[in-house]
Write a protein that binds this ligand. Structure first.
Ligand SMILES: CC(C)(COP(=O)(O)OP(=O)(O)OC[C@H]1O[C@@H](n2cnc3c(N)ncnc32)[C@H](O)[C@@H]1OP(=O)(O)O)[C@@H](O)C(=O)NCCC(=O)NCCS
Length: 188
């Protein structure tokens, strides 16, 4: 697996704790507060992303300019998959291939780590170039509102989602209590 790839003069690497604040600022810029209302957020909240699958893109000065994470999920407790997102690139750098580089690195890492399938909710015309489509999600559902034409899947291992049917839920490791707001941690 490649530890780091260059999209000159940008670098794609594993996210660190020092990236978190800048990543959240970028996501606020790209999606606004509405991002917390998305159904996919219900599968991610309170959980850690899959090991090795939180990516940061940084510019030559070290500023965070792109982010992509993938999360553990299961379909009806019978088929494991990753949930991809959010993917975001700083507005001033869009259209130069950074989004595609993050996608390719994330999918290559996922495959190298032995993951077999990836789900996401996003714009089909963008994600089709990476092989995502609605074909494999016709029998799947998410725990909340979503647009079916935006619910997409890709098999990294052919047949990985064969027979998959039912509700997708998040299964990743829970965030340590130290990550949670004090009130939530006390109630837990
Ligand atoms: C989507 C996003 C990550 C793409 O990043 P990027 O670095 O500009 O992407 P790339 O340079 O690799 O690809 C650019 C291509 O994708 C297309 N594209 C970008 N956003 C798109 C979208 N939402 N729907 C369809 N196509 C899109 C561009 O038109 C361009 O097409 P071309 O190759 O035919 O010229 C970026 O636009 C972004 O952060 N958007 C805001 C957050 C967001 O919408 N995230 C994705 C959730 S669905």
């Amino acid at each position: 697996m490649t530890a780091m790839i260059m999209v000159s003069p940008l670098t794609i690497r594993t996210e660190t704790a020092a990236d978190v604040a800048a990543r959240e600022c970028l996501l606020d810029r790209c999606f606004g507060e509405a991002r917390f209302l998305k159904t996919c957020e219900r599968l991610r909240e309170g959980r850690l992303p899959a090991e090795g699958l939180a990516l940061t893109a940084a510019d030559a000065e070290g500023r965070l300019v792109g982010t992509l994470r993938l999360w553990h999920a299961t379909v009806n407790a019978s088929h494991r998959a990753l949930l991809l997102g959010p993917l975001a690139v700083a507005p001033e750098l869009r259209g130069a291939g950074l989004g595609a580089a993050l996608m390719r690195e994330g999918l290559a890492r996922a495959e190298a780590l032995g993951h077999a399938a990836v789900l996401l909710v996003g714009n089909a015309p963008y994600y089709a170039r990476f092989g995502f489509s609605t074909v494999l999600t016709e029998t799947l559902s998410l725990p909340g509102p979503y647009e079916r034409e935006r619910f997409l899947a890709l098999e990294l291992v052919p047949g990985a989602l064969a027979g998959a049917s039912g509700l997708v839920i998040g299964t990743g490791a829970l965030l340590p209590a130290s990550y949670l707001p004090a009130a939530v941690a006390q109630a837990a």
